[in-house]
Design a binder for this molecule. Sequence first.
Ligand SMILES: O=P(O)(O)OC[C@H]1O[C@](O)(CO)[C@@H](O)[C@@H]1O
Length: 319
Amino acid sequence: MPPDAAMPHIATVTLSPALDLTIRLPRLQPGEVNRTGPAELRPAGKGINVAVMLAVLGEPSLAAALLGEGDIPAFEAFLRPLGIASEFVPLPGRCRINVKLVETEAGQVTDINPGGPQASEEALRQLGARLAARAPDIVVLAGSLPPGLPVDAWAALMRVLSADGRKLLLDTSGPALEAALPAGPALLKPNRAELSALLGRPLPDRAALIEGARALRRQGVERVVVSDGGAGALFVLPDATLWARPSKVALTTTVGAGDAMVAGLTAALARGLDAEATARLATGCAAAAVSRDVGAAGGGVPLLSEIERLAAAAEVTPL
Ligand SMILES: O=P(O)(O)OC[C@H]1O[C@](O)(CO)[C@@H](O)[C@@H]1O
C-alpha cells in the first residue's frame, strides 16, 4: 500500500500477540477447584496494548502484528471501534492465550504466557515490507518473539524500518533485547530486572540504576526509561534526568502497566514534550492502567481525564 498522508504517524508492532484471559479471585487454591466470577478475554500483547492506550490519549495508530489467522477477525473487531488501523500478517493456527491470575487479597498477579503459533522469517519480512510502505514516523516494537524466529528478529525488523529519521521505540527483554541494541533504538524502557539482566550486574539502588541507564545512553540510545513498579520510574532523557513517582492508586492489576507507560512515552515523543511533561504523561498512563476496572466493559480501558489527573499528581524530582 502506498504511503498516505492520512495514515497514522505512529505504528506499533507485536510479533507475539495474545488473547489475555484475566481471572480475578481472592486467593488461588493450588490443586483445588477454584470457582470465580466471569473471566475477561481480550486481544492483547504489548504493541496492541500500546495502541489501545494511544487511542485513549487521542493518538491514532496502526497496530501491526504476526497473528494466528483464526484470530484476525476478533482483533480487527476490537481495534476498529477504537480508531486503530491494523496490518496483520497471518500465521497458521490461533494466537496464544495468556492467563493473568489476579489475586485480590495479596494484590498479586501471576502471568502464564505460553508460546504462540510458529512464525517464519518470510512472515517477518512481509510485515517489515508492509510497515515500511505505510511510512510511519514512530514505530513501537514491543513484546517477546514467537517460536520460529531467530533471536535477532527485532534487530532485523528495525534495520528495515530505520530510514528517513524514523524513531524506533523498543520494549522487549532478554536475548532479544541484547540482540536489538546495535540496531539503534531511540528509546528503551526496560524494568529494573530487565536492565540488570542486559547489563549483567545487579542494580541494587537508585545510583546503580542511573549509571545503568547512562551506560545505554553511551551506547547511543537517546532516551532510557527504567520502570520500577510502584516506586515509579527513572527517565534519562536528552534534556534532563528525572525520577517520577506515581500518586497512590488502588491496584487492580499490574498487567499492561509497562505498555501504558510506553504509550505515554510515545505520545510525548510525537508531541515533542519536554522531560518533565514526558515523565508526568508516562507515569499518569501507568498509574491509570494499574487501577483500571478489569471487569468493566471493554476491559476497563482508563479514561483520559483519569490519566490527566494522575499525570498532574505524580511527584517528579530532578536528579
Ligand atoms: O510478549 P510477552 O513478553 O509474552 O508479553 C505479553 C503479555 O504482556 C502484556 O502485553 C502485558 O504487558 C500482556 O497483555 C501480554 O499477555
